[in-house]
Each structure stands twice: as structure tokens, then as C-alpha cells.
Design a protein around this ligand. Structure first.
Ligand code: GSH
Length: 228
């Protein structure tokens, strides 16, 4: 059975959504990143980047949420747009846009606001600005069409949902007012039973919630090594 290495964080949750939507059988294997389980040798053999999610599907190992979404969609033939070079181009562009822009800038925005030991105005503003800019680009796209790729609900919508449902965490409670079209998509997907099961998956395991010294050592390893 497909093994799904996960936590309740945004990137694993998008993959959980796909697995639930596609009705695939899977074994959910928790990786408690606040306890440092992502750095265990056996997990590094699956994902050398020491992050979740990852999957092992028979003799195939895939890490990185966007790679996993694409792999599973292509394998099952589900949640892809109709076959055409034009739509394939759009699919790849928007998947990479979320992978390289929305995710990292949102993550850093939360990091500098919630976890950095000093509040650095420059970093706070840069990452919040870029996160807001990226969400604005998604919102403008969704003002023109129901889903990210034409009329079909695809892995790009799942990818977007994974981060966009956390807009208030990334940009504050008032931020939704700026992205009404994105909110429409997040609400629509959030109401799907598969999304509710994906979000509830983390509750089947007792993940550590405290951001204490152990968690900081595991997740913010730069605190122990000055490279610049
Ligand atoms: N590009 C990767 C990023 C994965 C990632 O940053 N995962 C976070 C959770 S959303 C994680 O494992 N954090 C633990 C850590 O940084 O130690 C993906 O999309 O899967």
C-alpha cells in the first residue's frame, strides 16, 4: 500500500487532499517535525531534504508536495485538465508558481512574524509583501475563471488550497477582504468531504504542538550554525 509521510502542515495537507479525493488506499505515517523525526536516517533515505511530505509507492519514492501531486495525478489520470499542450503549459506554470512562490514566501512570512527571535522590519515587510503579491496573482486569475486551469478542478487548485486556506495565518485576519475570488475557491474546496478528511488526518496522531527548544533545534537548524 502507498505510504504517505505527513504532518498537519500545509504541504502534506495538499497531498492528503489528493489521496482523499482520488480514493486511493494509503498508510499515513506521521513524521513529527517538532521532535526532529524528519532528520532520522531512515526518513532521509526517503526525503534527503528532511521535510514532509513524501510518498513511497512500491519501488517509487517521491518527495516534495508538487512532485507528488503531479506523480499521483499522472499515475491515476485524475484531477488533470483535458489533454492539450495549452492546458499542460498552464498546469505546469501554475504548479511551479505555487511551489516556488506562494509556498516559500508564505512560509517565510510566518517564520519572521511568529518564530524569528528578533522582529526585523525589513524581513517582515519583504515576505508579507511577496506573500500578498502572490495571493493577489491567484485572486486575479480566479476572478476570470472558476478554477485555476479552466473549468476543471485539478491538482493546481489542491496546491493553491494547501496554502491559501492559511491566508489569515500568513497575512492576518483582515487579509481575506483583499482576495474574494481566492476565498471563494478555498471555501468551495474546504466544504468538500475529502478536504475535511485531509485536514482531520493530523488528529489521528498526537503531533507535538509546543515550539520549545527541541522543536526549534529540529526545525530551525541555522540557530546552531552561523554560515554568514
Ligand atoms: N518544497 C517542499 C517543502 C516542504 C516543507 O517545507 N515542509 C514543511 C512542512 S509544510 C516541513 O517539513 N517542515 C519541517 C522542517 O522544516 O524541519 C514541498 O512542497 O513539499
Amino acid at each position: 500500500m502507498l505510504k504517505f509521510y505527513f504532518s498537519g502542515a500545509p504541504n502534506p495537507t495538499k497531498v492528503a487532499l489528493f489521496l482523499e479525493e482520488a480514493g486511493l488506499a494509503y498508510e499515513a505515517i506521521p513524521v513529527d517535525t517538532r521532535k526532529g523525526e524528519q532528520h532520522k536516517l531512515e526518513y532521509l533515505a526517503i526525503n534527503p531534504n528532511a521535510k514532509v511530505p513524501a510518498i513511497v509507492d512500491g519501488d517509487v519514492t517521491v518527495f516534495d508536495s508538487n512532485a507528488i501531486l503531479l506523480y499521483l495525478a499522472e499515475k491515476t489520470g485524475k484531477f488533470l485538465p483535458p489533454k492539450s499542450d495549452k492546458l499542460r503549459g498552464e498546469l505546469l506554470s501554475w504548479l511551479m508558481f505555487v511551489a516556488s512562490g506562494v509556498g516559500p514566501f508564505s512560509g517565510q512570512s510566518v517564520h519572521f512574524r511568529a518564530y524569528a527571535p528578533e522582529k526585523i522590519d525589513y524581513a517582515l515587510n519583504r515576505y508579507a509583501y511577496e506573500a500578498q503579491r502572490h495571493f493577489g496573482i491567484l485572486d486575479a486569475r480566479l476572478a476570470k475563471q472558476k478554477y485555476m486551469i479552466g473549468d476543471a478542478y485539478t491538482i493546481v487548485d489542491m496546491d493553491v488550497w494547501g496554502w491559501a486556506r492559511l491566508v489569515p495565518t500568513v497575512l492576518g485576519d483582515a487579509a481575506w477582504a483583499k482576495f474574494p475570488h481566492l476565498k471563494r475557491l478555498v471555501d468551495e474546496i474546504g466544504a468538500r468531504p475529502a478536504a475535511q478528511r485531509a485536514v482531520a488526518l493530523k488528529d489521528k496522531h498526537k503531533f507535538k504542538t509546543e515550539m520549545d527548544d527541541e522543536a526549534r533545534r529540529a526545525m530551525f537548524r541555522h540557530l546552531q550554525e552561523k554560515v554568514a
